[in-house]
Design a protein around this ligand. Structure first.
Ligand SMILES: [Zn+2]
Length: 156
């Protein structure tokens, strides 16, 4: 029997902080995840001020509050065109950070799904430090406002 993947409570809450196109991409991608890609979840959608500044301080983001695609708001609502995702191990109940094959398969699946939906997405950006930010993906809406990011995150 074909296994169907779905977002848990935490991933669903994070998904709700994204803009409509990103929500559509996330929903469609999780629903159609092949077993060869395996389970995955949403690590972050919209990111609040404290968390954004912490991400910058810890080297996990180049951007301070208000400078990241994760910080886009529409009125009082988070409206993020960016989401961070990661392969997930349901047995350990934890994300899998260090598995290049899992990341590659997940990125491929997201790109194929986005293309089918007519959504432009970039997955896995290089930070200024040179460290690859595998979890990060962002859709077309904001790319022109962050030329520095979009230059360094062309999918390979
Ligand atoms: Zn991100």
């Amino acid at each position: 029997m074909k296994r169907i993947f779905f977002f848990g409570v935490t991933s669903s809450r994070r998904r709700d902080t994204c803009c409509p196109d990103m929500r559509l991409l996330l929903d469609e991608s999780i629903k159609t995840t092949p077993e060869s890609v395996g389970d995955w979840g949403i690590v972050c959608g919209g990111r609040a001020e404290l968390a954004q500044n912490h991400a910058k301080a810890s080297g996990n983001s180049d951007a301070g509050w208000g400078e990241s695609d994760h910080n886009i708001m529409k009125g009082p609502q988070m409206y993020s065109p960016a989401a961070d995702i990661a392969p997930y191990c349901p047995i350990k109940k934890d994300y899998i950070w260090n598995a290049p094959d899992r990341w590659a398969a997940l990125h491929d699946h997201i790109r194929v799904t986005a293309e089918r939906l007519g959504i432009k997405v970039k997955c896995g950006v290089a930070l200024k430090s040179g460290k690859k930010d595998n979890p990060h993906m962002v859709i077309n809406e904001k790319l022109q406002i962050f030329p520095l990011m979009s230059l360094s995150c062309i999918p390979t």
